[in-house]
Design a binder for this molecule. Structure first.
Ligand code: GBH
Length: 444
């Protein structure tokens, strides 16, 4: 691979960054007035987290953000995607604001701007205030929609002029499906009807938050969706139908209301009585004009006729999560989105891999991650040459961090974290990415 040629094939103003989320890195879970989130609570329930860990300390980013910003600066990055912790700034999810919580994000944003890094924020990366879950039933309650719009407006009012963009939700499919249908994520429910009602409330809260933020900020507003393209396990008609249904439930369930004003009819028919209760006017509220679409891409899924999945052939291997490495699907999917939806400018808001990294003589030789990254960047360049309008790429993640129900054993970082000492060590992939970005910057 000619790294310089690949880097230089991206438009001069293309942006390079890394992404994180509050619950996965901040720690300081009960400091300076922060309220508990549903993940603080979930981690304390036996059996929920594979390594029985919690996020009381995580990467201690709350206290080490200066070091983390300096790391990003040393990598020569353009931008950083992080999330606000709602219970840190509004402990109960309604009512009183927590000024020390806002002060943390104020310091973080100042530090980023001083380092020449553009801050891209997400409002909800899964850490709902626990008080809202206990008090009104969390996302199952339509009342959370208004609470979320108030929170969004407050963030936009205070920080909008210093943020390059604000996304409402990170991966609403995960919040709804993994949180309320499969029970892998907080709050750990198991009901498809609940999951689809939650998804509707997430969509509605997205639309209302966009409208509320428009009134107080001029910054770029959008949403981040996770897309795991669905393929049939075999070319039979029954497997193809199952893949098509899953596409309706994961890609089109979110893309269609946002960009076309309707839920996909084939998926609505498939879920039958589990379909969400939608009130008159809801779909108009969801379909707000957006400035950008964030796409998170990791892998694909292969479906049997009965809706179960099988592991793909893995011609390029699997990550430490067991996810099949399929960069060609990444390219194909971005081109599909461009053709079928004509979306606003896209950002790749997450892409990356977990790898069984170890420190060897003061280095982390993660050649698998370099291969994943370079293959996906090539695929991205291909997609752009075929018409996908993508403006930036954020590697997931800056740091090894709390990988949700997998705990700390799955490492996605460009930077290794020693969880005993909290020492950060850039992996070989971080050095590779720094060199790649420098080659691109040479074209500016
Ligand atoms: C993202 O979720 C999150 O935004 C981020 O917080 C997280 O740390 C990161 O990715 C890594 O997981 O389940 O085998 O069928 C991504 C979640 C990943 C969920 C792919 C669906 C499909 C593979 N998605 N997954 S499989």
């Amino acid at each position: 691979l000619d790294v310089a040629a690949l880097a230089q094939s991206f438009p001069p103003d293309f942006l390079w960054g890394v992404a994180t989320s509050a619950a996965q890195i901040e720690g300081a879970a009960f400091e300076d007035g922060k309220g508990a989130s549903i993940w603080d609570h979930f981690c304390r329930q036996p059996g929920r987290i594979n390594d029985a860990s919690n996020i009381d300390v995580a990467c201690d980013h709350y206290h080490r953000y200066r070091e983390d910003v300096a790391l990003m600066k040393s990598l020569g990055l353009d931008c950083y995607r992080f999330s606000f912790s709602w219970p840190r700034v509004q402990p109960l999810g309604q009512g009183a604001w927590n000024e020390p919580g806002f002060a943390f994000y104020d310091r973080l944003i100042d530090e980023l701007l001083a380092a020449g890094l553009k801050p891209h924020a997400t409002l909800y990366h899964w850490d709902l205030p626990q008080a809202l879950d206990e008090g009104i039933g969390g996302w199952l309650s339509r009342d959370v929609v208004g609470r979320f719009a108030d929170y969004a407006a407050e963030i936009a009012r205070r920080f909008g002029d210093r943020l390059a963009s604000i996304a409402t939700h990170n991966e609403p499919w995960c919040t709804a499906t993994l949180g309320y249908e499969t029970a892998q994520f907080a709050p750990g429910h198991k009901s498809r009807a609940e999951s689809l009602q939650v998804a509707h409330h997430l969509m509605l809260s997205h639309g209302d938050a966009i409208a509320a933020m428009r009134a107080v900020t001029k910054t770029q507003l959008g949403i981040v969706l996770n897309h795991t393209p669905s393929f049939p396990a075999t070319p039979t008609e029954a497997d193809r139908r199952a893949a098509r249904i899953d596409d309706g439930l994961n890609v089109r369930w979110y893309m269609d209301p946002i960009f076309r004003g309707a839920y996909p009819q084939d998926a609505i028919d498939f879920v039958g009585a589990d379909a969400p209760k939608v009130q008159a006017g809801d779909l108009e509220r969801i379909r707000q004009p957006l400035d950008f679409l964030g796409v998170n891409f990791y892998t694909r899924s292969l479906f049997n006729a009965d809706g179960t999945t099988v592991k793909g052939p893995g011609k390029r291997g699997f990550t430490d999560m067991g996810w099949e490495i399929v960069p060609e699907v990444f390219a194909q999917h971005l081109v599909r989105l461009a053709r079928e939806y004509n979306p606003p400018p896209m950002f790749i808001t997450e892409n990356g891999m977990a790898n069984a990294d170890t420190v060897v003589d003061g280095r982390v030789p993660d050649k698998e991650r370099i291969a994943y990254l370079s293959a996906h960047l090539q695929a991205l360049a291909t997609a752009m040459s075929l018409g996908a309008d993508v403006r930036g790429y954020f590697y997931w993640s800056l740091l090894d961090n709390f990988e949700w129900n997998s705990g700390y054993v799955k490492r996605f970082g460009l930077v290794h974290v020693d969880y005993d000492t909290l020492t950060r060590l850039p992996k070989d992939s971080a050095h590779w990415y720094r060199e790649f970005v420098a080659q691109h910057h040479a074209t500016r």
